[in-house]
Write a protein that binds this ligand. Structure first.
Ligand code: EPU
Length: 420
């Protein structure tokens, strides 16, 4: 077990390079099930979730190898149509194999993901959508047992846009017979990359980047090469690291256009942002202004940046209100931030932050990926030493975060510990 030991204080200055997006790659990898052959995925980040998805594909018989940043997947050897509980419990995104398995092999046995660290996360949209496409679905002993002779195009409309359900149903619909419409679809860049990837494989998809996707099923798809888009959440987290420490940071390999909501909130907080092609420079103000945020589906402010924003607002002078409209109780970082001397109160999906800029180092515990990020950010400005335990959460979705922060001047070390 590793922990991070952080000595707060130094302003972060310099350059960091942003890695490939976890949530894009976790959809692209299962999409390879849809066509037999050899795929190449470049800009692959070294993340625990990517390893978990690789293991899952290997269990199903696919060949997966990573050389540097190039991931090679051979999907011609698939021989098992199952995502076992042991894999799904490590990573909910394992459910992404459901759509491609059903579409290509007409059967899938996928463990039901349970709740997650911050509460219930249902998969009813995935299941109802597959049924609309003609699949017969039974839940037995904690598994989704799905069968279909041939999926058939249908009209699917989500009550609320879901990233995972949009991706899963898109992957199911590309090989279905006839036309599928997905209304109220997610428009996140990671879903758009999946749709572009499927198109490159030969799928017929219209409306990419809009709320309404239409898919005309084709008989077969072919393997392709692609490069994963940059991780807008990693980039947002590093911009907050610059802002909270009062520094100036430049991030390379970003798509600034994917980050408009976060960039605009950082500007409202007093930061100066400069964009040049794929690089973003942030200069922090001497005093951060409190800024309210309500998370929303893309292009709104991402829920995956909510925890980091709360950490930033602890540094601002004044009160801010942060509302998470996507998840009801994604605030497991708040009691831990309060152990560092923050003044944050929550009720339902709302957090009120009374910022005063003063935090004091302490031992704190990660509970999930973005919560860990917010604790590290707080540790960067806390007086004395902060120890962040259970950093395996952060390794799920941030590539070498401590090395990138060290490069910017942070005093952060990864230390092996018996503590849990
Ligand atoms: N929802 C349902 N039923 C469903 C699916 C979703 O009610 O069948 C609800 C959820 O409870 C939530 C909302 O719809 O209130 C949106 O959830 P969504 O399905 O979009 O979330 P997801 O696909 O499970 C992905 C990301 C998350 C990110 C959310 C929201 C991946 C692998 N995960 O999850 O990323 O928070 O979208 O943007 O893409 C993270 O990276 O830390 C992370 C949690």
């Amino acid at each position: 077990m590793d922990k991070f030991v952080i000595h707060g204080g130094p302003k972060l200055n310099g350059q960091a390079t942003i890695s490939g997006a976890k949530n894009a790659l976790l959809a692209l990898m299962p999409a390879t099930i849809l066509a037999p052959g050899k795929f190449t995925l470049d800009n692959t980040p070294d993340l625990r979730d990517v390893k978990t998805m690789s293991q899952l594909l290997e269990i199903m018989g696919l060949g997966v190898s990573l050389t540097g940043k190039r991931l090679r997947i051979d999907s011609s050897t698939i021989n098992k149509f199952e995502a076992p509980y042991e894999q799904v419990k490590k990573m909910r995104a394992s459910i992404y194999v459901l759509g491609p398995l059903l579409a290509r092999y007409g059967e899938a046995r996928v463990s039901l993901p349970g709740g997650c660290a911050w509460g219930p996360r249902p998969v009813n949209f995935h299941i109802e959508g597959m049924k609309k496409l003609g699949a017969e679905i039974n839940i037995e002993h904690g598994y989704i047992i799905a069968k279909a002779n041939k999926l058939k195009g249908a009209r699917i409309s989500f009550d609320t846009p879901s990233v995972g359900a949009t991706g899963n149903l898109l992957m199911a619909a590309v090989l279905a017979k006839g036309e599928t419409f997905i209304e109220n679809a997610a428009m996140e860049p990671e879903i758009n990359q999946l749709a572009q990837f499927l198109k490159k494989m030969g799928a017929k998809i219209n409306g990419i980047g809009t709320k309404r996707l239409s898919i005309e099923g084709v008989d077969e798809l072919k393997p392709v090469n692609a490069a994963t888009i940059p991780d807008r959440i990693e980039a947002g987290t590093f911009l907050v690291a610059g802002a909270i420490t009062g520094g100036t940071v430049t991030l390379k390999n970003c798509i600034p256009d994917h980050m408009n909501a976060v960039l605009s909130k950082l500007e409202q907080a007093g930061c100066t942002i400069n964009i040049e092609h794929s690089s973003i420079t942030l200069k922090a103000p001497s005093t951060l202004e409190p800024v309210d945020v309500t998370t929303d589906v893309y292009p709104g402010f991402p829920t995956d940046m909510q925890a980091q924003w709360i950490a930033l607002m602890c540094k601002a002078k004044g009160t801010s209100v942060i509302t998470d409209s996507i998840f009801v109780d994604r605030f497991k970082h708040v009691p831990e931030l309060n152990r560092l001397g923050a003044h944050v109160e929550t009720e339902d999906n709302i957090a009120v932050v009374r910022g005063n800029g003063k935090l004091k180092g302490a031992k704190v515990m990660s509970t999930d990926l973005r919560a860990s990020a917010s604790l590290i950010l707080a540790g960067l400005i806390a007086d004395g030493t902060t120890e962040v335990l259970r950093v395996y959460h952060i390794d799920r979705g941030y590539e070498s975060i401590e090395k990138k922060l060290q490069q910017l001047g942070a005093q952060i070390e990864r230390v092996q510990t018996e503590e849990f």
